[in-house]
Design a protein around this ligand. Structure first.
Ligand code: BV8
Length: 232
């Protein structure tokens, strides 16, 4: 029998309890930088060293972080469901928490890529990218990240998966970054939709809101869904 399909759509809040700074909670200033200076193509052109330092520091922070109980509970869903994690996050905590099917809408901090060929990608783990690190075509390596003002190549893939899901679980996102936030509108009308976050100002229509943190709300919700699935 085919397993029911679940999409788990996450934002920076799912990694907050692993000690990774969110965007909104730091008032849009990551490690005291303006977003335009460190997460945009213009910022990269203007001062590539500043951008490399910004991501090198976030990669080092990530090396010392661990997946939390929410990441692990999400991975447990794979016991009874066909799960796809669609994340806005660039960290690897869903992978380290055990999830096996992940779409990184905004790229991955553990990868570098050519600054002239977006398909020329290099796994770098938690290592630094330095000025002078070049791709096979001889151009400077950059973080494999979707910056503000850059297209989101996996949007269409994610949209198709969400449109087929029986359940949508949204965790830890302010829904303030587009087009990612539009994806929630692709959910089927008859899909079960749940949104988890401690302080959502606006809850999308049709979503049941759980006002709690990821670690507070997700493990019990997953337990409930797995129990229901075992009785099916
Ligand atoms: C594009 C990689 C076009 C970088 C990221 C004006 C209006 C609307 C849109 C725009 C506009 N001006 C410009 C735009 C478009 C722009 C955009 O959306 N800007 C925003 C800021 C308004 N979007 C783009 O530029 C996108 N590209 O539009 O391209 C185009 C098309 C074709 C061809 C060429 C170009 C690209 C956007 C991708 C940007 N890159 N990430 C990096 O990470 O360094 S987005 C970045 O922001 C991260 O991915 C992060 O995830 C995301 C922020 O969103 P959230 O994940 O939601 O995080 P946030 O901190 O906001 O919220 C955290 C939530 O968790 C909160 O609700 C909080 O309460 C909650 N929380 C806290 N603790 C917990 C918790 N929840 C649970 N448990 C807890 N413990």
């Amino acid at each position: 029998m085919q397993k029911p399909k679940i999409v788990v759509f996450t934002g920076a809040g799912v990694s907050a309890e692993s000690g990774i700074a969110t965007f909104r909670d730091s008032n849009g200033l990551w490690h005291n930088h303006n977003i335009e200076d460190v997460a945009s193509p213009e910022g990269w052109q203007r001062n590539p060293q500043l951008v490399l330092n910004f991501y090198n520091q976030r990669r080092r922070d990530l090396a010392g972080a661990q997946p939390n109980a929410a990441h692990k509970a999400i991975a447990q869903l794979e016991q009874a469901f066909d799960v796809c994690v669609v994340t806005q996050n660039i960290d690897d905590l869903h992978e380290r928490g055990g999830s096996s099917n992940i779409i990184h809408l905004h790229g991955e901090i553990t990868k570098a890529r050519s600054s002239v060929d977006e398909d020329d990608i290099y796994p770098i783990g938690y290592g630094d990218i330095q000025l002078g690190d070049i791709c096979r075509a001889g151009s400077q390596l950059r973080p494999h990240i979707v910056w503000f003002g850059e297209a989101v190549p996996l949007y269409g893939v994610a949209e198709e998966i969400i449109a087929r899901a029986d359940k949508i679980l949204v965790i830890g996102t302010s829904l303030s970054v587009f087009p990612a936030a539009y994806l929630l509108q692709s959910a089927r009308a008859d899909a079960e939709k749940v949104l988890v976050g401690p302080a959502m100002e606006v809850v999308p229509r049709g979503y049941r809101y759980i006002a709690d943190t990821a670690v507070g709300a997700v493990p019990p919700l997953v337990e409930k869904w797995l129990t229901e699935a075992s009785c099916r």
